[in-house]
Write a protein of this length. Structure first.
Lengths: 245, 271
């Protein structure tokens, strides 16, 4: 498989502290990697390093030529009163370093309709972004990440805010998309993650790559990853139900 | 009505109208961008900072407008740099440059011997003494701003809305933001002629805020605020002339009046 992205001996973090130490990761075409780890473990920092939003203190990142990455951020620090419509937000995802001065073409405008229909938001095309609920906004940002047909899709906890029925649609969609693009999915829902991803990366300061989607608590412990998997069945979301009963 | 038409036969009044029109165009467009980005105090900060350049220019005897323009561009870029790179919050950076510029201006004016011509005009605006060269400056700025905004609208919008996302998709976010800073500074300095240092802030804020009542789309807010600003400045100008009031201050009154009327209109429409 062709490698599209590789991180070698990355040390990264913020002015005040190093968060990631000696991280190595290879992403190939067709990969679907679930990224798990405790709060503050450095998952978002890892994604930001991959996206070039923060530059690593040490190590090298190599990307295949013109690698197009679609990104769904974890928290949106966007201004809810900003005067922009849903359609414009989705369209903004099509801009890149080699077309940012171009107007949208017909195919791209059609793609907007198609994506909005897919996430069930076709009636909101001219709604202001600030008038959406958290889950609706999350769907729109997913469309924004997808409109450029990226070769790598990077999702930072896409299931926050969205309801269960859309979450299932989302996971089905990701499965489908994976035939066209590699996916990095950060999630705390380890049970579900392991049912859809192909491999797992545990991030807690360091990164431990696990080449299969089956992972046990023992392995997590060995990886220095203090999270628990609660898998009482194969059905996603079982975890929550068990807590309630 | 005839009175107003006869006013048009005066060169100074025609020039004033042209200046008000062109200023409305640039301030309406640039002001909408500023309001959308929630940095309305940037216009207050830049104008007041430009006062420092004006003071230095009076002291050394070069054109005050040049001094103001240099200080405006410098402080606008400085605010952008401070908030992006130096980790200073934008509102704090604005406040610091605002007062620093005023302080520099006051000290140099104090040190300048004798009479400082036009000082009141710079502080409060002096639209009735607009020169052809001012009009040409405003016209060129209008053309450039309209061209930039229509060609690069998508990139400007996307960068202003979510610059982190824009930079992950490879947009030249830094270039867009610094260019916007320069354009904002130039627009503000050109508007000083009409509104004066003290009052420019409102010309960049009231019309977009009024337009924002009726639209949640940046492009239509830009159109709307040009129209509102145009109507407000022309009415203000005529009232100022008849009652012999300062033009800048009168324009603010008419703009605020328009805003209140539109607000009431909207409330009625919703019911
Ligand atoms: N902008 C920042 N400046 C300084 N430190 C930061 C910044 N953002 C995150 N950190 C620190 O870096 C560490 C890793 O944060 P990161 O956001 O990568 O964690 P995460 O694994 O994504 O956690 P979560 O599961 O809560 O999303 C944390 O200790 C956090 O305090
Ligand atoms: Mg995170």
């Amino acid at each position: 498989m062709q490698t599209i992205l590789s991180l070698e001996n990355i040390v990264a973090g913020y002015e005040s502290k190093e968060v990631l130490k000696d991280v190595n990761l290879k992403v190939c075409h067709g990969d679907f990697i679930g990224i798990i780890g405790p709060n503050g473990g450095g998952k978002t920092t890892l994604l930001k390093t991959i996206l070039g939003l923060i530059s690593p203190f040490e190590g090298t990142i190599s990307k295949s030529d013109g690698l197009n990455i679609g990104y769904l951020p974890q928290v949106n620090s966007i201004d809810k009163s900003f005067p922009i419509t849903v359609k414009e937000v989705v369209l903004s995802g099509r801009l890149s370093s080699n077309n940012w001065w171009k107007k949208p073409d017909k195919a791209q405008l059609e793609k907007v309709d198609e994506l909005l229909a897919f996430v069930g938001m076709q009636d909101y095309k001219s709604t202001a972004i600030g008038e959406l609920s958290g889950g609706q906004m999350q769907r729109i940002f997913l469309c924004r990440a997808l409109i450029s047909d990226p070769q790598l899709l990077v999702l930072d906890e896409p299931n926050t805010y969205v309801d269960k029925s859309f979450e299932e649609n989302l996971y089905n969609l990701l499965g489908e998309l994976n035939s066209k693009m590699a996916i990095l999915l950060v999630s705390h829902d380890v049970g579900t993650v392991s049912s859809i991803v192909k491999s797992i990366a545990c991030v807690n300061g360091g990164l431990h790559y696990h080449a299969s989607n089956k992972i046990s608590n023992e392995v997590l412990k060995a990886y220095n990853c203090p999270i628990e998997i609660v898998t009482h069945g194969t059905v996603p979301h079982r975890v929550l139900k068990n807590h309630h009963s | 009505m005839n009175d107003i038409l006869s006013l048009l036969s005066f060169d100074f009044f025609r020039n004033a109208l042209l200046a008000a029109t062109l200023t409305s165009v640039i301030a309406g467009i640039v002001g909408s961008y500023i309001v959308a980005r929630r940095s309305v105090f940037i216009s207050g900060g830049i104008t007041h900072a430009s006062f420092g350049g004006m003071g230095i220019a009076y002291f050394f005897g070069f054109p005050p407008f040049m001094g103001a323009a240099l200080f405006a561009i410098g402080s606008s870029l400085g605010i952008e740099w401070a908030s992006r790179k130096a980790g200073i919050r934008e509102d704090s950076a604005i406040a610091i440059l605002w007062s620093l510029g005023m302080a520099i201006g006051i000290i140099f004016l104090f040190l300048t011997p004798g009479y400082t011509p036009n000082l009141m005009g710079f502080l409060f605006g002096d639209i009735l003494t607009v020169k052809i060269s001012d009009l040409i400056g405003l016209l060129i700025a209008s053309i450039i701003i309209i061209a930039l905004v229509s060609i690069f609208y998508e990139a400007i919008l996307s960068t202003a809305f979510d610059s982190e996302f824009a930079s992950t998709s490879g947009l030249p976010v830094t270039v867009v933001r610094y260019s916007a800073s320069v354009v904002i500074a130039i627009t503000i300095v050109l508007s000083i002629k009409v509104m004066g240092i003290i009052l420019v802030l409102s010309l960049f804020t009231i019309p977009p805020t009024a337009a924002n009542l009726f639209s949640k789309n940046l492009k239509s807010i830009m159109f709307g605020s040009v129209i509102i600003s145009l109507a407000g400045s022309i009415c203000g100008l005529i009232i100022a002339y008849y009652f012999d009031l300062p033009s800048g201050a009168t324009i603010i009154f008419t703009l605020t009046g328009f805003y209140i009327i539109l607000r009431i209109f909207k409330a009625i429409k919703i019911k």
